[in-house]
Design a protein around this ligand. Structure first.
Ligand code: GLN
Length: 296
């Protein structure tokens, strides 16, 4: 006789977590919780308070499908369609990079700097280049309501995801979305900015091949591959920034864990650069480079 089907949320959670763990998915318990919360549309606190409730039979098939797909290697976020970033939930699709917690370090550095720039009188303009799902542009628009924000991406599909996220967080009408390569849309329209931020693709092409299947096979190569040495996006941006950045202006890039020295060298080869800093992530690895540009 078949085993009695689990029916409380707690039993379903335990069984789903075990299936994932047995298939080699280390974070199976947490992932099962995220799947169940997404299916039920519940916050974390509600989930833990209501573990004794009966799990609706109508959701069983969908849960089973998600577990199968996850075991096949599909990223959890492509199943649930979302990912948290800096306290907000963002829609993701296979057209955008899944937000990484490390990128919150970039937000922290920008917000820190935004405080000092905001002391100026004129409205300030901030651009997020390669916005993807829009996490940086939207977080900054939400956290700094007085800033004008521009989000650029070369991918029309990514911009669509970013626009959905901007509406979701009530900042759709405060962000200018532009499609194009790097900073070219701003150059073309002769707009200047006070701050440039970017989490560009920075993984060397050869390293992209070695990434986990979960990343390599499901996330857009466009958002990962930074060319032969991974530094091409910084070279392009550093060439364009002097033309569009008002002075004093501020720049913050996410970088790869071993790129602090190389990106600092590229930055310091520009004239009128001040205060180049490499900021580590929580694991102590290079994660962000920031610098200012002044009148020479
Ligand atoms: N941090 C991402 C990863 O390791 C890469 C993101 C990027 O290239 N901007 O998968």
């Amino acid at each position: 006789m078949a085993d009695k089907k689990p029916c409380t949320l707690k039993e379903v959670w335990h069984q789903a977590g075990q299936r994932l763990i047995n298939a080699g998915c280390e974070g199976g318990t947490f992932e099962a919780e995220v799947m169940l919360r997404t299916l039920l549309g519940w916050e974390r606190s509600q989930f833990f308070l209501q573990l004794a409730t009966i799990f609706p039979e109508s959701l069983e098939q969908k849960l089973d499908g998600w577990i199968h797909a996850r075991i096949e290697g599909v990223p959890l976020q492509h199943l649930t369609g979302q990912q948290e970033f800096y306290g907000r939930s963002f829609v993701v699709s296979p057209h955008v990079l899944i937000p990484r917690p490390d990128t919150e370090i970039l937000v922290e550095s920008i917000l820190h700097q935004a405080d000092s720039l905001s002391k100026r009188n004129s409205p300030l303009h901030f651009v997020d280049v390669g916005t993807g799902s829009g996490i940086l542009a939207i977080t900054l628009a939400a956290e700094c309501p007085e800033w004008k924000v521009t989000a650029i991406d070369c991918s029309a599909e990514a911009l669509m995801v970013a626009k959905i996220n901007a509406e979701r967080h009530g900042v759709g009408d405060r962000i200018q979305f532009l499609q194009g390569e790097w900073l070219m849309p701003l150059q073309a329209s002769q707009q200047k900015v006070d701050m440039v931020v970017s989490n560009p693709p920075y993984i060397p092409s050869i390293e992209v091949e070695k990434l986990d299947g979960e990343v390599k096979d499901y996330e857009p190569r466009l958002a990962l591959d930074g060319g032969e040495d991974g530094l091409n996006p910084y070279r392009i941006l550093l060439q364009q920034i002097p033309q569009i950045l008002r002075r004093p202006g501020y720049v913050a890039f996410e970088i790869g864990w071993d790129q602090g020295v190389a990106v600092t060298e590229l930055v310091n080869a520009l004239s009128c650069v001040k205060n180049t800093k490499v900021i580590p992530d929580l694991a102590g690895r290079d994660r962000v480079v920031t610098f200012s540009m002044t009148d020479c």
